[in-house]
Write a protein that binds this ligand. Structure first.
Ligand SMILES: Nc1ncnc2c1ncn2[C@@H]1O[C@H](COP(=O)(O)OP(=O)(O)OP(=O)(O)O)[C@@H](O)[C@H]1O
Length: 265
């Protein structure tokens, strides 16, 4: 559904952020992008969305080069959850979520009852109904993150791209978002790309992982094959311990940092 072929990107007059990067994601799959601070995860996501242009190589959406797809058509099917930042306009939570319907409503038309109902349902789904009519300037960073996720799901997207959506959230809200992503994948076949600093979230979501490291190091493959003691040491210079347990459905794995690796890898 989404793929990158020989992707290279650099900011003006700087070292390449990545080069000859290749990966593909089928419909309904989840891709977790992991790597240390500043390695280029947000930049990569911006390239996938067309906000930044690759220096060479290509992003394809359903086999078509991204540049050939009209923007409006693309953003009807693909939604983006940026990192939560301060809100400039004093929209209410409901109005902010309604903005996610803009491509369906048209910029100057009034939202219909269906638009309002969809926005309210999205607000309920991420668990922030009591904030519905509050100004987005008067909510916390984590609450704003949930509003941005509600805005992203209001249009029933086929692909959702999230940039560190859980970083501002407490443990319960992190689980609400991970559960929601799993439900949307099962119910709607949603294809998801998530930048995350949590290897355990990637393990929980399953699917594919892309590890990015310094010196253009990268690995792409099944999350359960890729996340282990060795790769955590190589990519993050951290020693870790893996914990495994079984329930009726499957074996679960989680990995925990135990200290800085003694020697640089
Ligand atoms: N607009 C820009 N112009 C020039 N350099 C930039 C720009 N945006 C980011 N960079 C640099 O590109 C590199 C990658 O940044 P990016 O934000 O993609 O990393 P990241 O992996 O998402 O980081 P983090 O995990 O800290 O969010 C960093 O060295 C950053 O300083």
């Amino acid at each position: 559904m989404i793929s990158m072929h020989h992707g290279c990107f650099e900011y003006r007059q700087k070292e390449p952020i990545f080069s000859d990067l290749n990966f593909h994601l089928n419909k309904g799959e989840t891709l977790s992008i992991l790597g240390p601070n500043g390695v280029g995860k947000t930049t990569l996501v911006k390239c996938l969305l067309g906000f930044q242009r690759l220096k060479s190589g290509e992003v394809q959406f359903e086999g078509q080069p991204l540049e050939k797809i009209p923007l409006k058509q693309f953003f009807r099917r693909v939604s983006y959850v940026p990192q939560a930042r301060n809100v400039v306009f004093p929209y209410s939570v409901l109005d902010m979520v309604l903005l996610g319907r803009a491509s369906a409503i048209g910029l100057n038309a009034r939202p219909s009852k269906e638009d309002m109902d969809r926005a309210a349902a999205a607000v309920h789904r991420v668990g922030i109904a009591p904030l519905m009519h509050q100004s987005t300037r008067q909510i916390s960073g984590g609450q704003l993150q949930l509003v941005l996720i509600a805005r992203a799901i209001v249009n029933d997207p086929e692909v959702m791209i999230l940039d560190e959506p859980e970083s501002n959230l407490d443990m319960k809200n992190q689980l609400i978002i991970l559960d929601l992503m799993e439900q949307l994948r099962e119910e709607l076949g949603l294809t998801t790309i998530i930048n995350t600093h949590y290897p355990n979230h990637a393990l929980r979501l399953g699917g594919k992982a892309l590890l990015l490291g310094s010196g253009n190091r990268r690995d792409f493959g099944n999350t359960t094959d890729l996340i282990n003691h060795e790769t955590i040491r190589t990519y993050f210079h951290v020693d870790s311990q893996m914990v495994e347990w079984q329930d009726a459905a499957k074996t679960h794995q989680r990995i925990f940092p135990v200290g800085l690796a003694k020697e640089a890898v």
